[in-house]
Design a protein around this ligand. Structure first.
Ligand code: GLN
Length: 495
C-alpha cells in the first residue's frame, strides 16, 4: 500500500487487521511525512523511538489476534498533555525542560487502546489563543493556502499543531483540547473533524490546566468515523478527576447509521452575526437544507443570552487561568530566572514569571487576578457566573422543547493570515470564538465538520451542538451532514 500516512484511522485499522500493512510501516510513513514537513512547524517534540517501539509491540499483538481497538495506529499528542518522560511544555517557556513523571489519563488510555504516539504537537501557550501565534515554538502553519497567493495562514488555535498535522497527513489523528473552541475552530480552519465532548466525559488528569471548569480533551480526525473511534478510547470515568463522569462509554462508531429521520435540528437566530461573510451564511443555509433532505425537522430557535457569551468567557477563563497558573513560580516546574545579588523570593517569582510567560498569558493572568480581586469579585466574576447559568439554561430550554441538535457555523471566518490579527487588538482575536464558547460555558458536546470551501479555496466548517452525554447521537448527525456535504478536498502540497 502506498501513502500509508494518508489513511484514516478506520482504513488503517482495517488494513492492519487484514494483514495488508503493519504498524511499523504506517508509523514509518508518518515519521517520514513529519520529517518532510518542517515548514508546518506542527510537531515540536518528536518521539520516533517511542513510536517505533510501540509499533513493533502493536504488530506482535495484531499477529497474535489480541489487538485493542486502536492497535498500531500512529497519532500525535497536543503538547498540553503530560506524557511520561517526554517534554510537555504547553508551548510555554516557563515549562522548558519539564518532563513529567506521569502520563495523562487520556494519553494513557490511547496507549492502552494500542495507539502509537509520534510526538507532541504545537499549540498556543497554555492553550490561550486562536491562531497558534502565542506558542513559544513559533506558530504552526496551515497546510492550506488561498488560491491566489502564497501567504502563510493560521491553522487556528489553540490546537493548531494538531490541526495542521492531521490535515497534512503527518499522523492519522491527533488529540486536542477545547476550552472555548480550540478543537472546533482549528478543525474548521484546516478542513478536518473535531469534537469537544460533554464536560466530564474525558478525564482532565495530567492535562495542563487552563480554565478547569471549561477544559475538555477531544479527538481531531480526518472524518467523523475516526472521531467516533478515537473519542471512545479517550473517554471514561477517572477517579483522579473529580469532575469526570461515572458513565458507561458507548460504542460511538456503532451509532453511525446516518439515519437522522425525525431528528429535530435547531437553528439559533442569535448566531446570525453582523458582518459575517456571505459565504458562511450560505454554507449554514446549505447545511440546514442537507439535514432537512436527510429527513430531519428544522426548527428556528432562540438562545437569547448568546450575546453575553464572549464577555462571560473572557472573565471566567482568565479568572481560572490566573489561579491555575499560580503554580508556575520557578520553584517546582521548568524555568527559573537568573537572580541578581540580593534578590529574594519575591524577585525570583517576579522575574521567573515575567520571563517565562508570553504576553497573552500575562494579559490573562492580570485580567483574571483583577476580576477575582476583593473589590471586583462580585461585579465581574460572580456576575459572569450568573450569566453563565443563563446561557446554560437557554440550551436546556431548547433541548427540553424537543430539539436534538443545533446547527451553527463553526467560525465567523475562514483561516486568516498569520500576523493579520494585530497583537495590539486582542479583542479582534477573541471574536473568532463567538460560535464556540457558548458550548464550553454550557458544558455541552460540540462537533465541527468540514462542509465546503470559500471563494479562495479555503475550508469552512459547520458546528453541531448536542445534548449532554449524547455524543453518539451527535456524531451520527455529524455523519449524516458529512455524507451530504461530501467534503473531500485536500490542501495542495507545497511544504
Ligand atoms: N481561543 C480561546 C482562548 O483564547 C479558546 C482557547 C481554547 O479553547 N483553549 O481562550
Amino acid at each position: 500500500m502506498s501513502d500509508l500516512n494518508t489513511l484514516t484511522l478506520a482504513q488503517a485499522r482495517d488494513a492492519l487487521r487484514k494483514g495488508e500493512t503493519t504498524s511499523v510501516a504506517l508509523t514509518e510513513a508518518c515519521l517520514a511525512a513529519i520529517e518532510g514537513a518542517g515548514a508546518l512547524n506542527a510537531f515540536v517534540h518528536k518521539t520516533p523511538e517511542i513510536a517505533l517501539e510501540r509499533a513493533h509491540a502493536a504488530d506482535v499483538r495484531l499477529q497474535s489476534g489480541d489487538a485493542p481497538k486502536m492497535c498500531g495506529l500512529p497519532i500525535g499528542i497536543k503538547d498540553l498533555f503530560c506524557t511520561k518522560g517526554v517534554p510537555s511544555q504547553a508551548a510555554s517557556r516557563i515549562l522548558e525542560g519539564f518532563k513529567p513523571e506521569y502520563e495523562s489519563t487520556v494519553s494513557q488510555q490511547l496507549a492502552d487502546a494500542g495507539a502509537v504516539m509520534l510526538g507532541k504537537l504545537n499549540m498556543d501557550e497554555f492553550a490561550m489563543g486562536s491562531s497558534n501565534e502565542t506558542s513559544c515554538y513559533g506558530n504552526a502553519v496551515n497546510p492550506w493556502r488561498r488560491g491566489n497567493d502564497d501567504a502563510a495562514l493560521t491553522p487556528g488555535g489553540s490546537s493548531g499543531g494538531s490541526a495542521a498535522a492531521v490535515a497534512a497527513d503527518l499522523c492519522l489523528a491527533a488529540t486536542g483540547t477545547d476550552t472555548g473552541g480550540s478543537i472546533r475552530q482549528p478543525a474548521a480552519f484546516v478542513g478536518i473533524t473535531g469534537i469537544k465532548p460533554t464536560y466530564g466525559r474525558c478525564s482532565r488528569w495530567g492535562i495542563v490546566a487552563f480554565a478547569s471548569s471549561l477544559d475538555q480533551a477531544g479527538p481531531m480526525t480526518k472524518d467523523v468515523r475516526d472521531a467516533a473511534i478515537m473519542l471512545e478510547a479517550m473517554c471514561g470515568h477517572d477517579p483522579k478527576d473529580s469532575t469526570s463522569a461515572d458513565l458507561a462509554v458507548p460504542d460511538f462508531e456503532a451509532m453511525l447509521t446516518g439515519d437522522i429521520r425525525g431528528k429535530v435540528i435547531g437553528i439559533p437566530r442569535e448566531y446570525r452575526m453582523d458582518g459575517m461573510p456571505e459565504e458562511i451564511e450560505a454554507l449554514w443555509q446549505q447545511g440546514t437544507e442537507m439535514l432537512r433532505a436527510a429527513g430531519a425537522e428544522i426548527r428556528d430557535i432562540s438562545l437569547p443570552h448568546t450575546k453575553y457569551a464572549l464577555p462571560t468567557y473572557y472573565v471566567i477563563a482568565p479568572a481560572e487561568a490566573s489561579s491555575n497558573l499560580a503554580r508556575y513560580d520557578g520553584v517546582r516546574y521548568g524555568h527559573r530566572a537568573k537572580l541578581a545579588q540580593g534578590d529574594g523570593i519575591t524577585e525570583m517569582y517576579e522575574k521567573t514569571r515575567a520571563e517565562g510567560f508570553g504576553h497573552e498569558v500575562q494579559r490573562r493572568v492580570m485580567v483574571g487576578t483583577y476580576v477575582l480581586s476583593a473589590g471586583f469579585y462580585d461585579a465581574y466574576y460572580n456576575r459572569a457566573r450568573k450569566v453563565r447559568s443563563l446561557i446554560k439554561k437557554d440550551f436546556e430550554d431548547v433541548f427540553a422543547a424537543g430539539v436534538d441538535a443545533i446547527l451553527t457555523p463553526a467560525t465567523p471566518s475562514a483561516a486568516f493570515g498569520l500576523g493579520e490579527m494585530a497583537e495590539a487588538d486582542p479583542v479582534q482575536m477573541y471574536l473568532n470564538d463567538v460560535f464556540t464558547v457558548t458550548v464550553n460555558l454550557a458544558g455541552l458536546p460540540g462537533v465541527s465538520v468540514p462542509a465546503g470551501l470559500d471563494k479562495q479555496g479555503l475550508p469552512l466548517g459547520l458546528q453541531l451542538i448536542g445534548r449532554p452525554w449524547e455524543e453518539g447521537d451527535l456524531l451520527n448527525t455529524a455523519y449524516a451532514l458529512e455524507q451530504a456535504a461530501g467534503f473531500v478536498a485536500k490542501p495542495g502540497k507545497w511544504w
